[in-house]
Design a protein around this ligand. Sequence first.
Ligand code: NZQ
Ligand code: ZN
Length: 390
Amino acid sequence: MENFIYEYPTKVYFGKSMAKQHLPEILKDYGPNILLAYGGGSIKTNGIYDEIIGILKAAGKTVTEFTGIMSNPTYAKVQEGAALARNCKADLVLAVGGGSVIDCCKIVAAQAVTDDDIWDMEMNRRLAPFKTPIPLGAVVTAAGTGAEMNGGAVITNEDVKIKAGMFAAAPRFAILDPMYTMSLPAAQVISGAFDTLSHAMETYFGRSDANNVSDEVAEAIMRNTITNMRAVRKDLHDYTARSNLMWDSAMAENGILKVGRLTDFEAHQIEHQLGAYTDCNHGQGLAVIHPAYYRLIYKEAVSKFARFARNVWGISEAGRTEEQLAAAGIDALEDFIRECGLPTKLSDLRSKVEITPALLRQVADSCNTLPNGYKQLTHEEIYRLLLECL
Ligand code: NZQ
Ligand code: ZN
């Protein structure tokens, strides 16, 4: 295994009614001023807003609202939130939403305590934010990203057309109540769960493959995610399936699968840049990219892809060479994407602009190419891969 240091920064409260039961006590650790952040308004229609604001008021807190955080949150939105956090002298930023709200708030919490421009600091000067951010708490309403249990935030800077991972503090606490996700549209439940599957795959398919317990845990998370995606396709409100998917989501991106190994995440890099140009849904973009990406790289790691076919998809090796088995695993992934009704072509994605070869050239040229997958792609290879997905 590779060397590692592992720390678990987030206290998790998982299950039904956890906000009602525990938030009053949690709030005692923080001062009076709360920045309550949420998205486009789903929490106003599903009752979550009323429940949380009731708890905050009963605790005697002064609440400032930061609203309208969009999917694929922008850096401009971060600045708006940071200004509010400064003005209200926030003692706690409480993010109530999915990955977009939580990510935006991670950077708000870091930006609010410094006059330095966080984007410039992280992206251009390669400095980590060094001032202690405002404490952050997350109430998760959409599962999939695992944003509630890590310190990464994915932010779109519209000025430079880059959607990038930034680093800030992880939430100090996270409330994961599967009931809070029940009002999600089916398509978001599935695309969120595919994001979880993608995180596990991107971690599993990286260099340093030798005998690693993390890979066995990743296989369990992948199998469980697949099983429960099938279960919610049958019954969207199956609590057991929704709670498994919620914990799969946290497990796939809280760092536990990454201990002792190097990871890939090239498909994520490509999807993020696609998102920067098109504003497409993250999990749906990943669904389009993954099979094509794996067909491009699997010959560099045939035995690992064959193991994926065997241990994740239950494909028998009988009558197959190892390479055929490896290819069958990718076919199974693609069939599953179809079975779930996820998009398989870029043209199926909701996009704010027409997806043309010229646009894909810009996407490809602005992608990071990461070194820890089985094959480091060139920008030209990414372009050809994207054209194939069109
Ligand atoms: O804005 P509202 O009205 O709340 O609607 C949201 C949004 O339209 C809706 N929603 C959320 N909870 C709901 C609900 N609708 C009904 N009932 C509820 N309970 O769902 C829509 C999608 O929400 P969003 O937060 O955008 O989705 P997701 O959780 O998939 O987050 C996506 C963002 O996270 C980033 C993605 O790139 C993308 O920007 N990621 C963050 C990661 C991280 N920090 O670790 C890792 C991921 O790889 C990913 O990149
Ligand atoms: Zn993701």
